[in-house]
Design a protein around this ligand. Structure first.
Ligand code: 5GP
Ligand code: ZN
Length: 146
């Protein structure tokens, strides 16, 4: 198996497991942003957020919410980040879909990207461009899974 997270899902790689059931696994990130930084994965391989089927995504998000609460309480964290990097340009390095849960503390470091300012009318243009695709594809949102 080429995918490291498939190996972890199958129990073939050494890792600190936080939670596991038939469909999902959560384990400590080997290079944590903060101690306790946890990754939550579906056991089945999907490359990224966009390719996870609806029913599995629902379970993945529910588990991520549960574990975020558990991590916050158990580590006395003040907050947490939930992150999903998708594509190399977004910092994805393992192409097996996952959520990061990063415990955060008051007076912690800032984890905000640099922001841009819209030039005149360009906010309108960006919104229009995205809205036209929402209209084009919104049948997908309402489609029922078989
Ligand atoms: P991404 O960069 O794709 O959003 O996140 C992948 C994460 O997986 C990184 O934060 C990286 O530290 C972590 N990671 C990569 N290889 C391993 C591994 O073998 N074991 C564990 N526990 N984490 C890993
Ligand atoms: Zn995989």
């Amino acid at each position: 198996m080429d995918c490291i997270f498939c190996n972890i899902a199958a129990g073939n790689a050494d890792t600190q497991v936080i939670f596991e059931n038939e469909n999902y696994k959560a384990f400590l990130d080997i290079n944590p942003v903060n101690y306790g930084h946890t990754l939550v994965i579906p056991k089945k391989h999907y490359d990224n957020f966009l390719t996870v089927p609806e029913n599995e995504l629902n379970g993945l998000i529910k588990l991520t919410q549960f574990l975020a609460g558990v991590i916050k309480r158990s580590l006395n964290a003040d907050g947490f980040n939930i992150i999903s990097n998708n594509g190399t340009s977004a910092g994805q390095s393992v192409f097996h879909s996952h959520f990061h849960i990063i415990p955060r503390f008051d007076k912690d470091f800032a984890m905000k990207p640099e922001t841009k300012t819209y030039s005149e009318n360009s906010m309108n243009e960006y919104a229009g461009k995205i809205r036209s695709f929402v209209t084009k594809y919104e049948d997908l949102l309402n489609a029922k899974e078989n």
